[in-house]
Design a protein around this ligand. Structure first.
Ligand SMILES: [Zn+2]
Ligand SMILES: [Zn+2]
Length: 325
């Protein structure tokens, strides 16, 4: 279900709150998908035939300015409107036969758009990705088994799946690192981190199951968030490299690299997403990874110091300074 925005907070300066406006906003927020202005007029008129077309149009524009609605152009010669309040920005697949659209999000596409804009010194304000073609139902005549459902739930589901996959590979990494670390304190750090990853993992899984209770079909709904990026592989690659044999310092350094990559990844995308549960999940996860990163950096420095004292004098600081960056 869509949460109703606090209209007093969203009111743009100078805007006047009227009961008509509230009525129109409420009807709009009860709808799913992409409405044209005329669709909304029809819906409103069913409830209250005294509200004029001009009032609906004006209110739609107000909702766009207030961040409640987003204007989308599917190339039909008129705009459509979708919810934007606490909804992630997303891309569309549009069927040119039945004019229905489905939605997805891709961090890879977003990253590419950012890369291209940066390469051209272009300050991108908005990007729109629309894929036109024929939907499955129009092509085959078969109804899809499940529809898309609510995109905020899909987004939260997919964000949790990615976080869980990362946490699993992190657990694997630390368990393996603890096994092959000879230094007692270093081994304890990895053991502790493995225990922490395990705990986080079970928290994330609980959250995932809670989400499934909000929509029993959620598991089988189509993917919303497409990631080809490093999320899954961040720790998996490190865990793989541990098998080739590393010393204690190298193992810590690899942990630092994995946590840093993971922290940056979740923070970068979390910040880019619009206010939503999925965004929250990413930012919370980024924060946990940062704490692990800081812990590992401290341990790395301590280990270098200890080993430096026991073995041979070495140039202090260089690798640790690199690690701290
Ligand atoms: Zn179609
Ligand atoms: Zn949409």
């Amino acid at each position: 279900m869509t949460t109703l925005p606090d209209l007093t907070r969203l009111k743009p300066t100078g805007g006047k709150r009227s009961s008509k406006r509230e009525q129109i906003v409420n009807v709009f927020l009860r709808q799913e998908g992409h409405l044209s202005a005329d669709d909304l007029v029809d819906l409103i008129r069913r409830e209250d035939h005294r509200i004029s077309r001009a009032t609906v149009y004006r209110t739609l524009q107000w909702m766009v300015d207030a961040g409640i609605a987003r204007k989308v152009d599917f190339g039909e010669g008129r705009f459509r409107f979708e919810h934007s309040y606490r909804q992630p920005r997303h891309f569309h697949l549009i069927c040119t036969n039945c004019h229905r659209s489905s939605e997805f999000l891709s961090s890879d596409i977003e990253a590419l758009i950012e890369e291209i804009s940066a390469a051209r010194s272009f300050a991108a304000a908005q990007s729109v990705v629309q894929i036109y073609g024929t939907c499955e139902e129009c092509r085959t005549g078969r109804h899809p088994a499940v529809d898309e459902g609510h995109k905020d739930l899909l987004f939260a589901r997919d964000a949790l799946r990615i976080a869980i996959a990362t946490e699993r590979s992190g657990l694997e990494f630390y368990t393996r690192a603890a096994r092959l670390t000879r230094d007692g304190r270093g081994r304890k750090v990895f053991d502790d981190l493995a225990a922490e990853e395990k705990e986080h993992l079970s928290k994330l899984e609980t959250r995932y199951n809670e989400l499934l209770q909000r929509d029993p079909q959620l598991e089988s709904r189509p993917t919303f968030l497409f990631f080809k990026g490093a999320a899954n592989g961040l720790f998996a690659e490190g865990a793989e490299r541990l098998l080739k044999g590393v010393n204690d310092q190298q193992a810590l350094m690899m942990g630092i690299r994995c946590e840093r990559g993971s922290h940056r990844f979740f923070k970068k995308y979390g910040e880019r997403f619009e206010d939503s549960e999925g965004k929250q999940i990413f930012l919370e996860f980024a924060d946990e990874e940062r704490q692990h990163l800081e812990l590992l950096i401290r341990e790395y420095r301590a280990l270098v110091k200890r080993q430096g004292r026991v073995r041979r004098p070495r140039r202090h600081g260089a690798p640790a300074a690199r690690a701290a960056r």
